[in-house]
Ligand binder design. Structure first.
Ligand SMILES: Cc1cc2nc3c(=O)[nH]c(=O)nc-3n(C[C@H](O)[C@H](O)[C@H](O)COP(=O)(O)OP(=O)(O)OC[C@H]3O[C@@H](n4cnc5c(N)ncnc54)[C@H](O)[C@@H]3O)c2cc1C
Ligand SMILES: NC(=O)c1ccc[n+]([C@@H]2O[C@H](COP(=O)([O-])OP(=O)(O)OC[C@H]3O[C@@H](n4cnc5c(N)ncnc54)[C@H](O)[C@@H]3O)[C@@H](O)[C@H]2O)c1
Length: 460
């Protein structure tokens, strides 16, 4: 029998399940079609498992550094089986929690691969393994997958980020190809777990979307951790043999045990029946207006299917907004650059808003002021033994429009920066609210104090 609901969501990752949860809160009935497990990339192959493994790496590094804080401890090694068990435990608990949440909100989860079969004047029909699931509205949320370049092919020793999570032993020598967010996190993680790592990036700097000073500080910190960082050098070829992988880059050859390819992700739009349904795509992504509506009435798209930052919280935000629009409200779209970004490497990178160069290009260099507060002046960062900085950008006599930070735990600071930027706070508004001492949060406060013309712990 056909399943008929107000909303059919195709894909149960961050974007899809957020749509479903918000829609049922608003009194809409929802069918959520998921080919694999609810939670999608972020929960099963992305955010959560990688951050759990990064935490294992952080613990290993803390033991290595223990003597420096007077603690006698010795690292006997890292047991990847134990790391995987811990990681999988975290993922499984969250997965059970999410499944329970969806059940509790009366979301009908339909397991199977769906494709759009028919769009009529008032309904959208999705076919799932021969079964018809019909909605007044359809929300496309099939996400993204690793992109493979022409110069590499998957193999037992040549992996993407999904394959890296399945590794059963820590490679002695590892190459990470691509120095974007995934590449940097992978390099940091496997170095902490004990691998010799070479990180290769085609562009002239790592994480090229960040402030240039952040990229420079990151490269310096990773090199100090023993990672070989090669920039301005596109990988030309990857050749796998039975017992090694040869990487050809910049006329040089690197021989490693395993290579992880991390040169970006691509949207999952193939075989969804989009062409027949008349849903327009652009460069592989679903074409949407600023309210995430496609060109076909009552068909929407959320998350990694929509060009922009491929981030879980962006997908959550999309899902919530689309559910509200379907129910008749019209939430204001959040500007893309107001979405916070964190790279969870050691050191961490966190940013929100415009870079200095982007702000100058948009508003004129004479209308923009920026300040950099070094973590060397921050007590808590000194205690943690981290270096780095907080860089804050403002419009002259206007709001904070960008915050960019690097250093241990900087990801935890970005929430406040996000509110400063999102709520268009002036540094003068923030300056009187002195942060608790000693916290790393004070570094943000110091930057605001400096931009308000009254720096405190800063050498003039
Ligand atoms: C290694 C890695 C680390 C990451 N770390 C972070 C991080 O720390 N923070 C962060 O914000 N983001 C992170 N991301 C990005 C984040 O995972 C994505 O932005 C997010 O998962 C996008 O959500 P989505 O709902 O658009 O798609 P997805 O999570 O990809 O979900 C899509 C779902 O659709 C299902 N599906 C696909 N086709 C069909 C079909 N035809 N029928 C039914 N179901 C289908 C899939 O099985 C999948 O479950 C990371 C990504 C990776 C790869
Ligand atoms: N912490 C997080 O929020 C997080 C973590 C992981 C992934 N993600 C999301 O996943 C997306 C994909 O991540 P990604 O790192 O794969 O993509 P990316 O686009 O961020 O980086 C890919 C990098 O590969 C480089 N590259 C391309 N061809 C190359 C070549 N021939 N040789 C060497 N380098 C080459 C590019 O210059 C680029 O810097 C990100 O955009 C991000 O939004 C987010």
């Amino acid at each position: 029998m056909d399943l008929v609901r107000d909303v059919v969501v195709l894909g149960g990752g961050s974007g899809g399940y957020a749509t479903a949860l918000r829609a049922t809160q608003l009194g809409l009935s929802v069918a959520l079609v998921e080919a694999d497990k609810v939670g999608g990339t972020c929960l099963h192959r992305g955010c959560i498992p990688t951050k759990a493994m990064l935490h294992s790496g952080e613990v290993a590094d803390a033991v290595r550094a223990a003597a420096g804080v007077g603690v006698l401890a010795r690292l006997d090694g890292v047991d990847l089986t134990g790391v995987r068990a811990y990681r999988d435990g975290v993922v499984n608990r969250l997965h059970r929690g999410l499944a329970g949440l969806l059940r509790g909100r009366n979301v009908d989860v339909v397991t199977g691969r769906g494709r759009v079969a028919e769009v009529t004047a008032s309904t959208v029909v999705v076919e799932v393994d021969g079964r018809r699931v019909i909605g007044r509205h359809l929300v496309l949320a099939t996400g993204s997958r690793p992109r493979w370049p022409s110069w590499a092919a998957p193999g037992p020793r040549v992996l993407d980020s999904d394959g890296a999570l399945a590794l059963e032993a820590i490679p002695a020598r590892l190459a990470v190809l691509g120095g974007g967010v995934i590449g940097v996190e992978m390099a940091s993680l496997w170095r902490s777990l004990g691998a010799e790592v070479v990180l290769v990036e085609a562009a002239d700097r790592l994480v090229a979307a960040e402030e240039p000073a952040v990229s420079a500080a990151l490269a310096k910190a990773l090199r100090a951790r023993g990672i070989t960082v090669v920039t301005g050098a596109p990988v030309a070829a990857v050749t796998e043999s039975e017992d090694a992988v040869e990487i050809e880059v910049d006329g040089e050859r690197h021989t490693v045990d395993v290579a992880i390819v991390a040169v970006g992700r691509e949207p999952v739009t193939a075989d969804l029946g989009l062409e027949a349904a008349g849903v327009r795509t652009e460069g592989g992504f679903i074409a949407v207006d600023e309210r995430l509506h496609t060109n076909v009435p009552r068909v929407w798209a959320v998350g990694d299917l929509v060009t922009g930052y491929a981030l879980a919280h962006r997908a959550f935000g999309h899902g919530i907004a689309v559910a509200e629009r379907i129910s008749g409200a019209d939430p204001v779209p959040v500007p893309e650059h107001h979405i916070p970004r964190v790279t969870y490497s050691d050191p961490e990178i966190a940013s929100v808003g415009l870079t200095t160069a982007a702000a100058q290009a948009l508003h004129g260099a004479e209308n923009v002021t920026a300040t950099t507060y070094p973590l060397g002046g921050n007590g808590r960062s000194q205690i943690l033994g981290t270096t780095g900085f907080v860089h804050m950008v403002r419009l002259n006599d206007g709001p904070v429009i960008g915050v960019h930070a690097i250093g241990a735990r900087m990801g935890e600071q970005i929430g406040q920066a996000q509110l400063l930027v999102g709520w268009e706070a002036h540094p003068e508004d923030a300056a009187p609210h002195l942060a608790a001492h000693p916290t790393q949060n004070e570094a943000l406060g110091e930057a605001a104090l400096a931009l308000a013309g009254k720096p405190l712990h800063a050498h003039s």
